[in-house]
Design a protein around this ligand. Structure first.
Ligand code: ADP
Ligand code: MG
Length: 698
């Protein structure tokens, strides 16, 4: 009944890989629509999961309808009428009966709906009961069920799919129904038995059947659990394999004794925080071990990551190795260069800056020195990845602001040494949920304590009518000798949005608001040299105010700047706002973050409120993630995270944890997944991840 007879007989694995055209009702033309949905094979159809479900489990009798209550009813169309109201609005009414009573469904100004219904049709209606001259449902959700459609017999939890305009839910459901009926008994189980048993997971065939046509919500839940588990288990297996691969390599065992330790501490002008001590401990343990370090250091802006990195850098150099320090921008490279140079003033460490704009003559000299080992520490942008950069003995790679770099870049730099240790630093606190998955192959250290003597930035949400006061406040701060950032979301005025831009606003602020003050301008379309000059000028107090786009987002350190104004704050994500706020509050003076914002949605208003309430970067990251979802949190693609079809990292966190534990346990028992019972899952992991994660040795 479903496909050609011969196919039906041999329906099996290979049948699942057949083109979707083999399904009845899907000819060449329809199959184009399927292609648009990303569906090529019958297997793809089965794994095209609903985005939602309609609840028909509680169908009520019309006789039970109470005014003001929401109900779902099923009945037949008894009559249809369209009329004009006095207001000249058209009114469509259909009258539906279910044997216990009758009710009207009423729509205003949608005369075209009349064509959807015919007398005698079976309909489902869901809506709130009102009364006019008789009981009615005003603009209810509706669905018409034609007699010959399978739905009628099909249970009470009805799937809803994401479709294109050329494919109706009803039609798609019908095709799905047939596909499930015919093929959902033939999907191969890839999870090892011990795993399904331990977690009490339903079989893949039941899961696929029930994800589409569950009958009850309980069945649906079991199906979802199974499918979510499988998806996350495969992801975590990839992480476990990678981690295992790294752990099995032999890297450098650095010797870090009391001598080296004292030497390094003598260069640090302050007492370390407990968090810094703890993290330095974790790092030195990694470095001493013969297994390569692969550690992510997370710490909020200002938590003092640099000095931790310096400890690791000096330890490596003390062992006769070279260190590469990679930053996402030139400005940051220069800043790190200067900071580190200051720390190392009284040491013999030879340190060098390599950026895109180092001139070619100079660069060639630099490269020679790196190659021959005359340089101990080289700081630079992704210029460090270029093939021309060769080290004599690279022992440690430090990467700042990890999320700007992808897995691939990380690996490239790493390959310049013989299994060097890797320390990645990020000022974007990453929610635990994400770090488990995105960075599942990394060990994680957290700097969760601020250096002493810092008062938290005061954050104030400034509505439009108060902007003048804010300008006055800014003048007062500048009169005290402080400096101010004013950040705009755009470089230039854009026609499509009514947004203020950095360029025009810098002009306006200088001319109208702060005529006696010095206003600088910084934006991403300026040449590198110009940007650096403006930044340096600001640092050296040649400007009172720096008007900028978000390019000052990362890592800039200007302790004298105590006010951060963010204009159109409603346009920024939470993490970004927090990052920007982190640019101030770096000195001893009280700092202020002023959010100019007129949010037009609850979500953006919520963001601003959260900002005024909390300073904890981890909390903010978690909330940002909740508000925006993992996709937008940062581009997932570059992190080697595949699109998740059914799992939600946040909501399904408890399943994620289980899947992760099981995956790591499995890999510790069978490091290459070569046992017969693991071959299928191994195949699946490879298919899903081979390009993205460079699974080692598998
Ligand atoms: P991050 O890179 O984590 O944003 P930095 O390493 O730039 O933070 O440190 C921020 C500021 O705090 C720097 O000026 C640094 O010198 C200072 N600092 C770091 N650790 C300490 C500490 N233990 N005690 C006092 N000041 C510290
Ligand atoms: Mg930093």
């Amino acid at each position: 009944m479903v496909v050609t007879k011969s196919l039906a007989k041999t329906a099996s694995q290979s049948a699942l890989n057949q083109s979707v055209q083999f399904l009845k009702g899907v000819g060449p033309k329809r199959s184009e629509i399927f292609t648009k949905l990303g569906i090529d094979t019958i297997r793809d159809v089965l794994f095209y999961f609903p985005r939602d479900y309609k609840d028909r489990t509680r169908i009520q009798r019309i006789s039970e309808a109470k005014i003001g209550a929401e109900i779902t009813i099923q009945g037949r169309v008894l009559g249809i009428q369209t009329r004009m109201a006095r207001s000249r609005k058209s009114i469509l009414e259909i009258f539906v009966g279910d044997g216990t009573g009758a009710i009207a469904a009423t729509w205003f100004n949608q005369p075209f709906l009349a064509n959807k219904f015919h007398v005698g049709d079976m309909v489902f209606l869901h809506g709130k009961v009102g009364a006019y001259k008789y009981l009615q449902l005003l603009g209810p959700e509706y669905e018409v069920i034609r007699e010959n459609e399978i739905d009628v017999k099909e249970g009470s939890v009805v799937p809803v799919y994401s479709l294109t305009e050329h494919m109706s839910q009803t039609h798609f459901r019908k095709i799905m129904k047939m596909a499930v009926h015919q093929f959902a008994g033939h999907i191969e189980e890839i999870l090892p038995k011990e795993i399904t048993k331990k977690n009490q997971l339903v079989s893949i065939n039941d899961a696929v059947r029930n994800i589409h046509f569950p009958g009850t919500f309980e069945n649906l839940e079991h199906a979802r659990c199974r499918l979510i588990y499988e998806e996350l288990f495969i992801l975590e297996l990839a992480m476990a394999l990678r981690r295992r691969g790294i752990k099995e390599e032999t890297g450098i065992s650095f010797k870090i004794g009391a001598n080296v330790d004292t030497h390094i501490r003598n260069l640090i002008p302050f007492a370390l925080t407990n968090a810094q001590e703890r993290v330095i401990n974790e790092i030195t343990e990694d470095m001493r071990s013969s297994k390569p370090m692969n550690r992510l250091l997370q710490g909020d802006v200002g938590s003092g990551k640099t000095v931790v990195a310096i400890y690791a850098i000096l330890a490596a150099i003390a062992n006769g190795y070279q260190v590469a320090f990679m930053t996402p921008t030139e400005i940051l490279a220069k800043q790190h260069f200067q900071t580190i140079q200051k720390y190392l003033e009284h040491s013999h460490v030879r340190i060098q800056l390599l950026t895109g704009d180092t001139n070619s003559r100079q660069k060639k000299d630099n490269l020679d020195q790196i190659k021959t080992g005359q340089i101990d520490l080289i700081i630079g942008t992704h210029a460090l990845i270029e093939e021309t950069v060769q080290f004599r003995q690279l022992g440690l790679v430090v990467i700042d602001e990890q999320h700007k770099f992808g897995v691939v870049q990380r690996l490239k730099l790493k390959k310049k040494g013989l299994r060097p240790d890797v320390l990645i630093m990020t000022a974007t606190p990453i929610p635990r949920t994400l770090s488990l998955t995105l960075f599942g192959d990394l060990d994680i250290s957290m700097l969760d304590e601020m250096p002493p003597g810092r008062s938290p930035v005061r954050t104030i949400w400034v509505t439009q009518d108060k902007e003048k006061n804010a300008y006055g406040f800014i003048k007062g701060e500048i009169a005290k000798g402080r400096q101010v950032f004013i950040v705009y979301p755009l470089v230039e005025e854009s026609e499509s949005f009514d947004l203020k831009s950095a360029v025009t606003e810098a002009r306006r602020l200088q001319a109208d608001v702060f005529p006696t003050l010095r206003v600088g301008l910084l934006h991403g379309q300026m040449k590198q040299a110009e940007k650096d000059k403006v930044m340096m000028d600001f640092k050296e107090k040649r400007y009172d105010i720096l008007v900028s786009t978000v390019i000052i987002e990362v890592g800039i350190d200007i302790p004298n700047a105590t006010v951060m104004v963010i204009v159109h704050a409603e346009r920024f994500g939470l993490s970004q706002l927090h990052q920007l706020r982190g640019r101030i509050g770096r000195g001893n003076e009280q700092s202020y973050c002023l959010l100019f914002g007129n949010p037009n949605s609850n979500v953006s208003a919520e963001r601003l409120k959260i900002m005024t309430r909390t300073h904890d970067g981890f909390k903010i990251a978690e909330m940002d993630f909740r508000l925006r979802g993992p996709g937008e949190f940062f581009g997932t693609r570059q992190h080697g995270l595949p699109e998740l079809k059914i799992s939600d990292l946040m909501k399904d966190f408890s399943i994620l944890k289980k899947a992760r534990d099981d995956a790591f346990e499995l890999v510790s028992e069978d490091p290459q997944l070569t046992m017969v019972t693991h071959l299928k899952i191994r195949q699946k992991v490879l298919e899903t991840f081979k390009d993205r994660l460079e699974l080692i040795n598998v």
